[in-house]
Structures are given as C-alpha cells and as structure tokens.
Design a protein around this ligand. Sequence first.
Ligand code: PMP
Length: 462
Amino acid sequence: MSDGVYDSIVEAIGNTPLVRLNRIVDGSAATVYVKLEYLNPGGSVKDRAARAMILAAEDAGELRPGGTVVEATSGNTGIGLAAIAAARGYRTIVVVPDKSSREKIALLRAHGVEVHVTPGGRPAGHPEHLRSVALRLAAEIPGAWFAGQYDNPANPEAHRRTTGPELWAQTGGRITHFVAGVGTGGTITGTGEYLKEISGGAVRVIGADPATSVYGGGDGRAWYVESVGHYLHPETETDEWPDSYHPEIVDRIERISDVESLTVLGRLAREEGLLLGGSSGTAVAAALRIARTLGPEDVVVVLAPDSGRSYLSKYFDDDWLGRFGFPLYGPANEPTIGALFDEVAGSTLRTIASGATVAAARELLEVAPVLPVLLQRSASGPAVVVEILGVVTAASLAGAPDDAVVTEYADAPLPVVGSTEPVRRAAERIADRPGPVLVAYEGRAVAVLDGARIIAAATNSK
Ligand code: PMP
C-alpha cells in the first residue's frame, strides 16, 4: 500500500507535522518548531495514549469483544478512546469535569459516548471526584475496563514509541530542547525519556505549567487553561501525582500565567495561522521564553496537544474572556468595567478561608462591609473567582456562635463581572441580581462594586 493509506484509524495516528514558528519568536536566534498534534484523527495528542492503552488491554485480556471502555478525562483522551473503540466494536463511557469546554463534551457525544459530567472542585477520593465516578461505573458494568491514563504505563510508553522517535527523525537528531505541558505526564515522560536516551542525555526537557499548578511549585490554586497542571483541593489529604509522570525527566519547569497562555494563543492564531488549544498557548509561551536564552544552533520543539476549534466558546470568545477579566480577543470599542470604575485598579479585597471561625470573620467585617468566603486553605493570596463559595456579611452572621465555621453562615456567591467586560454587557448580565457584584481581573476577584452603579453607567452611555 502507498504512503498515507491505512486499514483503520488506529494506523492513522501519529506522524504529525512540525511547523516552524516565524513571526512570534521576537528575534530569538534559536529555531522553534511546533508539533501539531491536532492533526491526529481524534484531534489531539491523546489519540496516541488511547491507542496504546486499548491495544495493551486487549493483549492482557482485560478488554474483550463487546466490552466497554471507561475513562476519567478532561475530554481528549475520551475522544481518542471513543474513536478507536468505535472502530473495534466497543462501547465508551467517559466522565468529564464540568470545566471541560462545551465543544469537547459535544464531540464526545457525537462519537456516541455516554458522557457523565461531574462537578469540579472535589478533593481526590470524594465520591463525586472524576476518578471515583469512573471507577464506580467500571466496577458496576459487566465487561467494563477502566483505561486509567494517570497510572497506565501504556500512556508514557506510547510517547516513548512514537512521539520521541518522530521528533528525533523529523529534526535529523538536531533537537536540543523539548517543551510540553504536563497533565497526566504521559507526553513529557515518554517523549523526554526517549529523547534523553537517544541523545546521550543532551536534549533538555522543559515542562510548561500553569503558574499555580503544584507541578511547578505553585500552591495548587485553580487556573483557567484546561487539561494541564495539577490542582490541589484544600481538603485533599495526601496529594498523589500520577504514575504516568516521572518528574525526574524534567530539567526545568516554566510557570505560565493564564493571561500569558491566552496572549500567546491569540498571537499563534493571528500571526502564525495556527489555531491551537489553551495548553498549546501555555507550552508555546514556555518555548518562547527558553528560545530567548538560546543560540542559532539550538532547535526547540514544542508539542501543541490540540486545536482551538475545541475552545471557540472560551479562549476565543470575548463574552467568556470578559467575564473573567482577561484581555478581549477583539477590541471592546466601548467602555469597560475597568476603564469606568477606578476602584478596580489596585483594590485589595478581604477574603477568609472556608474553614475559618465566625469570630475571625467578625473581626474582618469591622473593616470591610462585604466579605467573600473562599474555598482555600489560606485566607491570604488572590481569590480565584471560580473557587469562591459565598459571601458573609455582619447580617448573615447575626446570632452565629463565635466558634462556628464561617462557611455554614455564608450567603450565595456574588455575581461576577470582568474588568475587561464592556459595561453594557456586564449590566445585562447582572440586571436580575441587583446589589453588590465582584469584579474579576485575570480570573481573580479584585473588588466589590455596587451593581446599581454599573446599570446606571450602562444606561447613561446609551
Ligand atoms: N493538553 C491537552 C489539551 C490535553 O488534552 C492533555 C491531556 N489531558 C494535555 C495537554 C497533557 O498531556 P499529558 O496528559 O500527556 O501530560
């Protein structure tokens, strides 16, 4: 058979192109290539791990004809598994967190997957945690097999066997730096181990990690780019890292904020013609940082896991970006919350940890009229909007005993508007909930504003 003709999609996975970055490298002397994993049949790098896990399970007799594939995933592994399972006659059930993009959940359903959406923000081991739900389903369904990408050795092995050798061959052995994000760790571990071995240890392996992720030394607070990093719920008792990740293979980790990932993502689309997913923005941001320190002989390869098509309703959507106070993709062309209200800049918002006492909250309330109650171990540090559990005021604490836990007396969370959001749009969204609103800047709560003032400002600017 000639090149490019396959018996099934199983053989059509891998051998994705490397494309050189030309316009966003900002004068770096090093060459930077992006490996375009969205060109796999299932649309992401996870096709590689999905294929390897299914084939290994068949070999081990764990997955038999008529069986059911079950997985916990942010989406892409499920899509890869579903495509391969369909071609081989298996059913697929996938458990996804509610933070996964609408597009990924729709893609899973389009592949005929039975999708279970679980609420985010549950500690590991909680019955509603992604993995617990998937394990329960796999135990209940006859003939079910749990893929378990976080601990399945076939995941990193897929990259040792395919991604690593492809990169070595495609660069003619000239690759000096490999950059990738870390989710399960399969990509960076398998590819990194292969490249180090074949190069006699010369290739440097760089992890690209969300700034607050635990992998890179962050405190585990939430972030907005999905599918990479390691989140730490404040109630997690023992933090376990996936077996698929071998941190010793990583020479350094670049910590990338959400806003840096999103900025690079926009530049990739507009200046390089590459419409990529959020974790590609994180990885390319790290590669650009590294490339700035290198010379003309250096060849940096950064792995881009999936396409921006899966995130049109998030990272490329001004409504989503504005709501959290991220820079808009298109120009606002009208007054924004941040431009109109001086309080948004430089404001310090008082917060309290979810486990604090009512007495501690009362003390804070003496200096602040409205107090968001946060789901975080420490009351210090920025409050991530998506983690805010509720608010407490002097009124909500009336009659509460001093030694009670403050969370039990909290009112519902406040509506959130973004600092970059057009005032008119913010006013529309809060119209049915007058009263105080939280203002988000780059995903963090920075101020409380009177909603009536936002609505009045929108009316006056008409
Ligand atoms: N980016 C995206 C979009 C992904 O789907 C994944 C896998 N969850 C990753 C990055 C991380 O890859 P890995 O699990 O191999 O570390």
